[in-house]
Design a protein around this ligand. Structure first.
Ligand SMILES: [Zn+2]
Length: 210
């Protein structure tokens, strides 16, 4: 294999691992001790989450799923369908989901130079799916402020959600990073919430600003 071939198979390995590999996880306990361990892969966690929400019967009832899990279902279907096209034979059944077996076989294969362009597309897709999957598992905590933006006067915006459907949201959204207007993109850092609250004519709830 050429040098590019080696780099590409390592990149493919990493991209496959990001989706179906165990994840190293560290957290700090209440006693201040840092502990680490492994978490299930992004793929397995979303699959388990969907199975838990759709019941043991295995009948998917998307309408009864909260919106984020309709996105989870789309995510899983997209991946299962694409990977089955990339590598149709799932190999012997070792108890792992077919997509996991297919991806492991795909990553273990030695690809000819003429396949490199196609593999680069696969790597792009895998990296994108791993990122989107993590976002589904750990959504950014945000709050909507139902008030007109002091900068542009807008109260609501219409924007596409993860599935591309247009939804109505409050223009002012608060995350841990600060408050931002989705209409005019003015931002207020948490240190400026007092000014923002004064402009909105409201009081800051106890505990929002230290
Ligand atoms: Zn604004």
């Amino acid at each position: 294999m050429t040098a590019t071939g080696h780099a590409m198979s390592r990149e493919l390995d990493d991209a496959v691992h990001a989706l179906i590999g165990h994840r190293l996880h560290t957290h700090t306990d209440h006693d201040g001790q840092t502990r680490s361990g492994y978490r299930e892969s992004v793929y397995d966690e979303i699959r388990a989450e969907l199975a838990a929400r759709t019941g043991e019967g295995g009948t998917l009832r998307p309408r009864s799923l909260p919106p984020a899990w309709v996105e989870g279902l789309d995510w899983l279907t997209t991946i299962d369908t694409a990977v089955a096209q990339w590598w149709p034979d799932p190999g012997p059944n070792d108890g792992q989901p077919e997509t996991v077996r297919r991806l492991n076989l795909l990553a273990a294969h030695t690809w000819a130079p003429e396949d490199h362009e196609a593999i680069a597309w696969c790597i792009d897709d895998l990296e994108h799916w791993a990122m989107a999957g993590k976002a589904l598992l750990e959504p950014v905590r945000r709050w909507e402020l139902v008030a007109a933006c002091p900068a542009c006067g807008q109260t609501t915006v219409h924007r596409p959600d993860l599935s591309g459907e247009i939804v109505r949201q409050s223009a002012l959204q608060i995350t841990a990073a600060g408050c931002g207007c989705q209409s005019c993109h003015t931002r207020w850092a948490p240190t400026h919430y007092h000014l923002l609250a004064a402009a909105l004519g409201c009081e800051i709830p106890v505990g929002v600003v230290e």
